[in-house]
Design a protein. Structure first.
Length: 300
């Protein structure tokens, strides 16, 4: 597992290296280790970064790489563009592989969205205008939330579970979207092939072809796109060898088929993260400005 963990932190350091150099112009407060749920004796936490001048909208940032998540990967300076525009940022840490597998991790993300919505007024945000973002595995989980977010159970004893986990906009970097057609039709990457180094995230069911097929269908966001899917922006390098740009292309094709507003921004010659990606954080923030705040593209 050490190789996966090293990749995760190397990935985040690379992606946000240039972002972290700058300072957010906006003053903000940070509330750390807010418990949004518990499972198997483990507390699930998020950090809340709240700008002094809030615009009344929230963005969920899924802290994940290789489906591994850790508090030490939360870097407030990386979120400066969101904070400068007044977004309250929720940095969500989920249960990590190898202890937890992707289906269990997805439940954490839904729980976090419900918790945030339940406490929206406490945090000064509109509960009906939530965005979600992340990169790589965090992008995958963002799309799972966007495509599978749903109403809660109105009869649940836990009031948080009564809330919806739906989001109203998603903007993410290079997400896996179809594990059974990975790079080309019929290519299996459910813990094998290109993603063999991440097999712990997929769990024991991948021991058989049938198990991989079942799991691959269940965790591929491309299979859950519908007319209810919120606006989607994906930024992807066309030289990405870990997550082929084909993953973004097939997802956006499915969005088009279902009448979902979507956009692919291609970075020519770029791989899985690149120098200068901080400028693309502006693109993400622009997307949320338009689809959460209803602002024109040429305004801030």
């Amino acid at each position: 597992m050490k190789r996966i963990h090293c990749f995760f932190f190397a990935f985040l350091a690379h992606v946000f290296a240039t972002v972290a150099i700058g300072q957010a112009d906006t003053e903000f407060t940070r509330v750390e280790d807010v418990i949004y749920g518990r499972k198997h004796g483990v507390a699930l936490t998020l950090d809340i970064l709240r700008p002094e001048k809030s615009n009344g909208h929230g963005v969920i940032f899924i802290v994940s790489g290789g489906w591994y998540s850790a508090k030490r990967a939360i870097r407030p300076k990386a979120y400066s563009e969101f904070l400068d525009r007044g977004y309250t940022l929720f940095a969500v840490v989920h249960g990590s592989q190898p202890k937890f597998q992707i289906p269990e991790i997805e439940k954490d993300i839904h729980r976090a969205a419900r918790f945030i919505r339940h406490n929206a007024r406490k945090y000064g945000i509109n509960p009906d205008k939530l965005g979600v973002t992340g990169g790589s595995a965090g992008g995958h989980l963002s799309l799972m939330l966007a495509t599978r977010g749903a109403a809660g159970d109105a009869q649940d004893k836990d009031k948080v579970e009564r809330e919806s986990s739906a989001v109203q906009a998603v903007a993410c970097f290079f997400p896996p979207t179809d594990f059974l057609n990975y790079g080309r039709e019929g290519e299996d990457a459910v813990g094998v092939g290109t993603l063999k180094n991440y097999k712990a995230a997929f769990g024991p069911t991948i021991a058989t072809v049938e198990g991989r097929q079942r799991l691959g269908r269940a965790i591929s966001p491309v299979n859950f796109v519908s007319e209810k899917t919120p606006p989607v922006l994906i930024i992807h390098g066309n030289a990405d060898n870990l997550v082929p740009i084909q993953q973004a292309e097939v997802f956006l094709k499915k969005c088009e088929e279902n009448g979902v507003l979507s956009k692919l921004v291609t970075r020519d010659g770029k791989g899985h993260g690149w120098k200068g990606i901080d400028q693309d954080m502006l693109v993400l923030a622009d997307w949320f400005d338009v689809h959460l705040r209803g602002k024109a593209l040429d305004s801030k």
